[in-house]
Design a protein around this ligand. Structure first.
Ligand code: NAD
Length: 467
C-alpha cells in the first residue's frame, strides 16, 4: 500500500508553495504563496479598474468575446497543466477549457433589462441595474477553470471587477488562465490570487467587496458567509451535494448503466452534482449492482496524461484518505465491495472505482458527501420509501429518476427536494439555466440570466409623468 503524502499543500522557500501531481504524489511546480496583507492593494486596484470597466457595456462585451477566443487558443497549454495538477483525463481538461470559453461568450452578450413599473400612479418608474463593485470569488479544486469562469464570466459581464482565488491544490492552470485573460482585458479587471489559508478567509471578509461568491464545501461556505457578514456584502454559495438516483421498476438496466456509471464516476466522482447514492427496487437490485460492478471493473484507471485513461487519481491526499475511510467504514459494518474497495498499489492517489452493495443507510458513505470514486447502491421497497430516503439528507443539490415511463418518472422527480432533477440522465447543465441548491447546498442562484442578475443590484428611477 503506498503511503499517504503530506496532507496539505506545503510551504516552500521564497514565498511559494509546492503543487503536487496527484498521479505521482510528487511536487512538480510551485505557486506564489500570497499573504493576506497583499489584499488591500489588490482590492484598491480592482476598485480603480471598476470605474472604467463598468462604464461601457459594448467595450466590455467586445473584450469578453476576445477573451473567449484567447482561452480557446490557449487550450493546448491550459489542458495538460490542468490535468497535471488536478488529475482528470486530458480530454476532460480540454472540455473544461472549452466550457470556460463558452461561458465567457454566453455572458458577454447578456444585457440587464430596463423595466417600467406599471402600477397606475402618475409617475414614470423604471428599474435599471447597477454592478455591485469588485467581486471576491473563491473556488475548489475539482473543476478549477470551469468553476472560475462560472464566477468571473457573469460578474465581469455585469460590469464588476473580480479578485479570484483558486484552491491551493490547483492554482496553476488558473494562474495561466489569468495571464491569457490579462492580454484581452483591461488591467486589474480580473486578478488571480494564490496562497494558503487564511488567504481565502481574509478575502471573504475584506470590506472592499460588494459580492462574495464561493463554491466549495458546506463548512467552508458557512465560514465564508460569516466573514462576508462583517461587510454585508452579497453572498452566493454553491456548496456540496449528495445526489440520489432512483431507479424505477420499469428501468432498462442494460440501457442506462453506462450513463448512470459515468454520472457517478466522471472526474473520479469529484463533482458536486455527481450521483452519490443509487436506490434500486428489490426486484432489480442484484442486476443493478452487477451491471455497475462490471462497468467499474472495465474502467481504465491511470494518469490523466496517459492516452486511454478513463479515470484519473483522486486530486489530493486528504481527499483520498476521506474516500478510503468512507469505504473502510462501510465494509467494516456489513457492506460488500461488488467492485474495488481499495487503493491501487501504485504511486499517486489512485482508488479503484468502487461499487458498494448492502450498505447501511446510516453509513457515512450514504449520509455524507463522499466526493470520490465510491458509489453505494441501496435497495428500496416501494417508491414512497425511495423518495423519503433520497430526501433524508441536509443536502439538496440535484437528483435523478430513471425509468421507461417518462410521465411516471417525472411525477417521482417532482417530489425530490433539490435544485435540479434529471430523468434518465444526471448532471448535464445548460449555460442558460439557473443552478441553485436547496437546503444546505447553497444560497443564491448561479447560471443563466439568474447568475448574471446575481451580480447586479436594482436601481429604481422615479420621475413625474410628463403632461
Ligand atoms: P473547500 O470548501 O475545502 O475549499 C473551497 C475553497 O475555499 C478553496 O479555494 C479553499 O482554499 C478555500 N477556503 C478554505 N478555507 C477557507 C476559509 N476559511 N474561508 C474562505 N475560503 C476558504 O472545498 P474543496 O474540498 O476544495 O471542494 C469540494 C467541495 O466543493 C465539495 O463539497 C463539493 O460538493 C463542492 N462543490 C460544489 C459545487 C457547486 O456548484 N455546488 C461545485 C463544485 C464543488
Amino acid at each position: 500500500m503506498p503511503t499517504t503524502e503530506p496532507s496539505r499543500p506545503h510551504r516552500a522557500r521564497g514565498g511559494s508553495f509546492a503543487v503536487l501531481d496527484p498521479a505521482t504524489g510528487e511536487p512538480f511546480a510551485e505557486a506564489p504563496d500570497q499573504q493576506p496583507e497583499e489584499l488591500d492593494a489588490i482590492v484598491e486596484r480592482a476598485h480603480t479598474a471598476w470605474r472604467g470597466w463598468r462604464a461601457d457595456p459594448d467595450a466590455r462585451a467586445a473584450a469578453l468575446l476576445a477573451a473567449a477566443d484567447a482561452v480557446e487558443r490557449a487550450g493546448p497549454d491550459l489542458a495538460p497543466l490542468l490535468t497535471r495538477e488536478q488529475g482528470k483525463p486530458l480530454p476532460e481538461s480540454f472540455a473544461e477549457v472549452a466550457r470556460a470559453a463558452a461561458r465567457l461568450r454566453y455572458f458577454a452578450t447578456l444585457r440587464p433589462q430596463t423595466r417600467p413599473i406599471v402600477d397606475g400612479r402618475p409617475v414614470r418608474s423604471e428599474v435599471r441595474w447597477r454592478p455591485l463593485g469588485p467581486v471576491a470569488a473563491i473556488v475548489p479544486w475539482n473543476f478549477p477553470l470551469q468553476l472560475a469562469s462560472a464566477k468571473f464570466a457573469p460578474a465581469l459581464a455585469a460590469g464588476n471587477t473580480v479578485v479570484l482565488k483558486p484552491s491551493p491544490f490547483t492554482p496553476l492552470a488558473t494562474r495561466m488562465l489569468g495571464s491569457v485573460l490579462a492580454a484581452a482585458l483591461p488591467e486589474d479587471v480580473l486578478t488571480i490570487v494564490t496562497g494558503r489559508e487564511p488567504l481565502g478567509e481574509r478575502l471573504a471578509s475584506h470590506p472592499g467587496f460588494g459580492h462574495v461568491t464561493f463554491t466549495g464545501s458546506v463548512p467552508t461556505g458557512r465560514a465564508v458567509a460569516r466573514g462576508a457578514a462583517s461587510s454585508l456584502a452579497r453572498v452566493t454559495l454553491e456548496l456540496g451535494g449528495n445526489d440520489a438516483a432512483i431507479l424505477l421498476d420499469d428501468v432498462d438496466v442494460e440501457q442506462i448503466v453506462d450513463r448512470l456509471f459515468w454520472a457517478a464516476f466522471r472526474n473520479c466522482g469529484q463533482i458536486c452534482m455527481a450521483v452519490k447514492r443509487v436506490y434500486a427496487p428489490a426486484r432489480l437490485y442484484a442486476e443493478v449492482v452487477e451491471a455497475l460492478a462490471q462497468r467499474a471493473d472495465q474502467t481504465v484507471v491511470g494518469p490523466g496524461l496517459q492516452a486511454g485513461s478513463q479515470l484519473g487519481p483522486v486530486n489530493n491526499a486528504p481527499q483520498l484518505a476521506r474516500v478510503e475511510g468512507y469505504a473502510a467504514e462501510a465494509l467494516a459494518t456489513g457492506a460488500r465491495a461488488a467492485a474495488g474497495g481499495h487503493r491501487l498499489d501504485r504511486p499517486g492517489y489512485f482508488f479503484a472505482p468502487t461499487i458498494l452493495a448492502d450498505v447501511s443507510a446510516q453509513s457515512p458513505v450514504v449520509a455524507q458527501e463522499q466526493f470520490g470514486p465510491v458509489l453505494p447502491v441501496l435497495v428500496y421497497r416501494g417508491v414512497e420509501q425511495a423518495v423519503e430516503a433520497a430526501n433524508a439528507t441536509g443536502f439538496g443539490l440535484g437528483g435523478s429518476v430513471w425509468g421507461t415511463d417518462l410521465d411516471r418518472a417525472e411525477e417521482v422527480a417532482e417530489r425530490l427536494e433539490c435544485g435540479t432533477v434529471w430523468i434518465n440522465h444526471h448532471g448535464e447543465l445548460s449555460l442558460a439555466q439557473p443552478f441553485a441548491g436547496a437546503k444546505d447546498s447553497g444560497v443564491g442562484v448561479a447560471g443563466g440570466p439568474w447568475g448574471f442578475y446575481g451580480n447586479l443590484r436594482p436601481f429604481v428611477v422615479h420621475r413625474p409623468e410628463e403632461t
